[in-house]
Design a protein around this ligand. Structure first.
Ligand SMILES: Cc1ncc(COP(=O)(O)O)c(C=O)c1O
Length: 459
């Protein structure tokens, strides 16, 4: 496929050629994936030579060197384990009561004045790439060191570097913001599903241009690859033996949180930056619930807890209609979904699990569950009405997953709470199960069909 063909065609290929596309999997809002032995696994990745512990500290130091760094709030919310989701046909089989669980929301709804957590990972990834390009040591340099170096160098250059990324919304906005902060232009590619209101927000960043392609997220990734000649230059380097560190070409630096077989190191770096979310917690919870798209944020959270002796279990929450990671975990094989799904959880609408995140999620994640569109609307409403928290659909997905799975609707096994209580009891701890829900998106516009619009009118 040539670059000229891309904008008008629909996707024909998957970026991750090793993924399983069989249909031997049925998505379910009541079936909980479990691998609680995962807490005995130690984090490792073959896709970077950097030491994780050192990167955790270096990224935190970098975050603190950015203007406006502040830890995000952790808010205790009321939680009633018998308050069911929109379904009335299910029954609780949990022997436990409300006093057995404490629920907290980590409000990743405003970071560096952006309405999501993305700057933590994306900013750190960009910082590492550009430090390498401009000859700085990213373990000691500050944001100001890099900015000064760039402005001294680009003042004499004919055309400055452009930061390039594709996005379902928030990653692209963070790339565009970081580019603007560094005085660089950005080009952000969006797939067909991204709302015009989100495109307008990305375009509002100084120096940013947004281009929409008529394909899904995987398709947009492929478009970026062709635009900056990334894979082509990799294969040229392999032929000539003349390889230098490859972050794209044609004047572009490609910053993606999605890994393919060819593009592996940057998404691991971006995942490293998310460790700051976990280190801000006052103590390790029993469970952390993480919204999941193609897996970069879950990679970062899992790495943090599986790099230590922590007993925190990681649970992933995904849309029922865009379920590539739940499918991969259930089939024990990296998988794609059909790639045609629609969901109000736009930021999570990714058809293929990231190549570099997959081994980490397979080995380090304890639970995974799916939530429907109305589950999420109900969760957004409850957070607003009962806890005064304003979150968007991706921000409500962790709470929706907890409501769906806490008491084991339909599985007859007592659900998540019983599982976690039993695990604690085995360690001699009969205290309440402490759960942290990541709310990764601030309240925003979204549109639903009639049924949902009715619920939404309460917002
Ligand atoms: C609001 C929001 N939450 C969570 C995620 C996590 O997705 P991923 O698993 O692709 O890192 C994203 C990704 O874009 C997002 O935009």
């Amino acid at each position: 496929m040539s670059l000229e063909q891309i904008p008008s065609t629909t996707p024909t290929t998957q970026s991750n050629t090793n993924t399983n596309t069989t249909n031997d999997y049925t998505p379910s809002r009541t079936k909980l994936y479990k691998n609680t032995d995962s807490i005995n696994w130690n984090y490792t990745t073959e896709f970077t030579n950097d030491n994780y512990n050192q990167m955790k500290d270096a990224s935190f130091r970098f975050h603190k060197s950015l203007p406006d760094y502040l830890p995000t709030p952790l808010v205790r919310i009321p939680f009633n384990i018998n308050s069911d989701n929109t379904s009335t046909t299910t029954t609780s089989t949990s022997p436990y009561s409300d006093k057995d669980i404490e629920v907290y929301v980590k409000m990743e709804t405003s970071r560096f004045n952006l309405p999501s957590f993305k700057m933590l990972g994306t900013g750190w990834g960009i910082f590492k790439i550009l430090c390498l390009k401009f000859g700085l040591d990213y373990t000691v340099a500050s944001f100001t060191d890099l900015k000064t170096k760039i402005s001294n160098t680009t003042a004499t250059a004919q055309s400055p570097l452009t930061l390039l990324a594709c996005t379902d919304g928030n990653h692209g906005r963070a790339v565009a913001r970081m580019a603007a902060m560094l005085g660089l232009p950005s080009l952000i590619i969006v797939p067909r599903n991204v709302l015009d209101t989100e495109v307008a927000k990305i375009e509002s960043e100084p120096g940013c241009t947004v281009q929409r392609v008529q394909g899904n997220y995987d398709f947009a990734v492929e478009y970026c690859d062709l635009l900056c000649g990334y894979s082509e230059s990799l294969s040229n380097a392999a032929e000539t033996g003349n390889g230098e560190m490859n972050f794209g070409g044609n004047g572009y630096v490609w910053v993606q949180d999605f890994g393919t077989e060819n593009y592996t190191e940057v998404p691991v770096w971006i995942a490293e930056g998310y460790s700051t979310i976990c280190r801000e917690l006052p103590s390790d919870p029993d469970l952390i619930v993480v919204p999941c798209g193609s897996g970069c944020l879950p990679h970062g959270i899992t790495a943090y807890f599986r790099d230590s002796n922590s007993k925190t279990h990681v649970m992933l929450a995904e849309p029922f209609t865009a379920h590539c990671v739940n499918k991969s975990l259930s089939l024990a094989s990296a998988s794609s979904d059909s790639g045609t799904s629609m969901t109000i959880m736009d930021g999570l609408n990714c058809p293929t699990v990231s190549f570099v995140a997959w081994p980490v999620l397979r080995d380090g994640v304890s639970f995974s569950g799916l939530v429907g569109e109305l589950d999420v609307v109900e969760a957004v409403l409850k957070l607003k009405e009962e806890a005064g928290l304003d979150v968007g659909p991706c921000g409500g997905v962790s709470f929706a997953a907890l409501m769906n799975f806490v008491s084991g609707k339909d599985d007859g096994q007592g659900g998540l709470l019983k599982e976690l209580k039993d695990l604690k009891m085995r360690n001699g701890d009969d205290g309440p199960v402490r759960v942290v829900l990541l709310a990764t998106e601030a309240g925003r516009e979204f549109s639903l069909r009639e049924e949902g619009e009715l619920l939404k009118s309460r917002l």
